[in-house]
Every structure is written in C-alpha cells, then in structure tokens.
Design a protein around this ligand. Sequence first.
Ligand SMILES: C[C@H](O)[C@@H](O)[C@@H](O)[C@H](O)C(=O)O
Ligand SMILES: [Mg+2]
Length: 435
Amino acid sequence: MHKKIVRLTVSDVRFPTSLEQHGSDAMHTDPDYSVAYVVIETDQGMHGYGLTFTVGRGTEIVVCAVEALSALVVGKSLEEIVSDFRGFYRLLTSDGQMRWIGPEKGVIQLATAAVLNAVWDLWARSEGKPLWKLLVEMDPRKLISCIDFRYITDALTEQEALDILVKAQTGKQQRVDQMLKEGYPAYTTSCAWLGYSDQLLKQLCTDALNDGWTKFKVKVGADLEDDIRRCSLIRQMIGPHNTLMIDANQRWDVGEAITWVTRLAEYKPLWIEEPTSPDDILGHAAISKALAPLGIGVATGEQCHNRVMFKQFLQASALQFVQIDSCRLGSVNENLAVLLMAHKFKVPVCPHAGGVGLCELVQHLILFDYISVSASLDNRMCEFVDHLHQHFRSPVVIQNAHYMPPKDPGYSCEMLESSVQTHQYPQGQVWKNLQ
Ligand SMILES: C[C@H](O)[C@@H](O)[C@@H](O)[C@H](O)C(=O)O
Ligand SMILES: [Mg+2]
C-alpha cells in the first residue's frame, strides 16, 4: 500500500545552552543549540521525523527554507521517492528556481537535510528497522541509486562505489555482531568547551575518566596562553596514552594556524580541527603539510557544505580526518557519497556530533561506514557530547565510551512533544521565562 505524504510541519526549537556556555568555541561564543524540526505525515497516519542543527538566531531562516521545499515533498508517496531517491534528491537540490539560493550549500542545504532526514526516518520506520540496519541490509545497487554522483565522477565512479560496497559484504555479519556487542568507539568534547572554567574542566575530565573515556577534544583558538594552560592541564589529567584533539572552529589564517598549533604540539594532539576557513581547501593542504612532521593531522567537515567540497579536500590531501555531518550535507544520500569517497582516498571518517540531535543521527551513519564500507576502526571514532539527549524519544546509548547500536525503528531524531512545545522559539515556556 502506498504511503502518501500529506503534511509537513516545521518548528523552530531552541535550547538556551549559552547560559552555561555549553557548546562554546572560539567563534561561537554563545551558542543556543537549536533545530529546525520537521515532521512529515502520511495519509495512513505514519510519521517521519527529521531535523537540522543550528546555534540559535537564524533558525527562523532555515524554517522558511524548509517551508519553501515542502511543496516538493507533500503529495509524493514514500514508494515513489525511494524508487528513485537520486531523482528526488535532485528535485530538491536542483529545482530550477530554488537552486539559485544554493546550490547545495548554506541555508537551503541545511533545509534539504532536515527534510530528507525525515524521509529516511519514515522509510526506516516503515521497514521496522533502525536506519543503520536499513542501510546495512540494503542491496548495494539500491544504495548506489540513492546517491547523486553529479560532480564527483572524476573522483569516484558509480562502478567504483558499487565495487567498494560489494567487497565489504565479506565479513559483514561478523561486524554487525561485533557492533551489537561492543559498540562503536567514541570521544568526548563535553569536558572542554571554551567558556568552561578550569575548575569545571577538571571536574568533568575526572568524571569522564571514571566513566571510561579515553579520547578528549579541547576547544582552542581564542588566546594562546589559555590554550597552553588548558591543554597542559588536560594532558596531565589524561596521561600520555589517552588521546587529545584540539578544535579551533575556523579562527585562524593559514600561517597563524601553523604557528599556533606548533606551540601546542608538545601536548601531542592527534588533530587540529577546523584551523581556518572551511572553504579554504588549499589553505588546509598547506596546514596539513606543515603539521605532518609534528604528527598532527587536520580534521574538518562540520561546515563542509557538500560532496564536491569533500571531493576537493580529498584530492588535495587537505585533510587527514573526514568529519561528516548528518545535517550539513544533504542527508544520508550525500553522506553515502562522502563515506565512499573517503574510503577510496583511504582517509578515516570521524563524524561531527557537537550539537543537539547530531549524536542521535550520526551514529547510524558511522555504524554503516564500519559494517558496509570501511571495515576498519583504525584511527576512527565518533564524537559524543553529553547534552540534551533527554529530549529525544530514543536517545543514544553510550556504554564504556562506545555508541551502542540503536534498536528502535527510524533515524532516532524524534523529539518528545513536550520538549518541542516548551522550547519553541519564541513562544515556548522556556523562552517566555527568559524574557
Ligand atoms: C557551536 C558548536 O558547539 C561547535 O563548537 C561544535 O559543533 C564543535 O565544533 C564540535 O566539533 O563539536
Ligand atoms: Mg568542531
């Protein structure tokens, strides 16, 4: 029976995280973790839930963009969409008029992600599977048919992508069993947001070590003396064998990035994340080259706006860790393309999840990457932040610093109705109380 999508609603939902400096970094000093939250409904009363992440002001613009896209979704049946998902992706991203306000970047791509995340959620629910399982059990040809290869065939052809997926069928069940038992390795960013005091940082780091965390990311980039003090503190606390990463959130120019990170090299960071403008591919390549002798890689991706950018980063050896984002790229469809390209270029994928709902979403993609694409855990880990999970119907499950595979059908981003109500901006009770 066909499931026709008859309604799409979108809400501006914001959490006042800036009050306690959760999520703060060198460029986003007062983030209010927010989402444009999408619910689609079928004529049979089934729902699909999707979101895209923002940091407060401007969420209303993403909401507008989702509304502009909704006419392309409402009236279609799920079966119609997934029988030609590539075509549907293109319909959204290459609409003859709306593509002018992208194409495939910025607000319109964030909106595309929110809408398509809801469609993938609906698809997984209608199959009664968590999204990662839907992907893992899908025929490789069908998976390929969801990807738009336009602009990337010079780096990865459809045939190459198919070969990667077919090859990874070997040992797949073993990897599924391993993930169900052990989970996927994670690192935490929640101990060291830039606005946290040293005292809080110490407390959170102690707690995290007690909970079994071994990999820690620290925000840097605003003040070198502060960075030296904070990195030295964390390195002392976690010891020489645990892993440290640093994240500058695009604060520096290229030369400045190299000198600054060189000063922090003694704390042995595995990577410097977003050292400079997210669009500066050659700049990232120069930084990668300069830092390689120090054993420090470059990581980026949370603001890498589409597969074409990732293609060039990979072609230019401009990054050593690919940080896919479930809401920045055009949903699962575009993330599949990037996972496959990263595999071809032999660059590990370590997803970005610092936001609300991102952990819930991206865990599905990284499980798929391990089980069906990379078959490797070398130099790989998924970000975790310990904020706002209580607002989700199927929140992430972390055990011993690993993401345990979600069991509920869907893409895990359905929010509690009461949370949506109270956090709607500006009319929700939480915001009224803050006025
Ligand atoms: C504003 C946000 O919290 C960012 O700081 C966050 O996404 C961060 O870059 C991360 O890597 O988690
Ligand atoms: Mg980051």
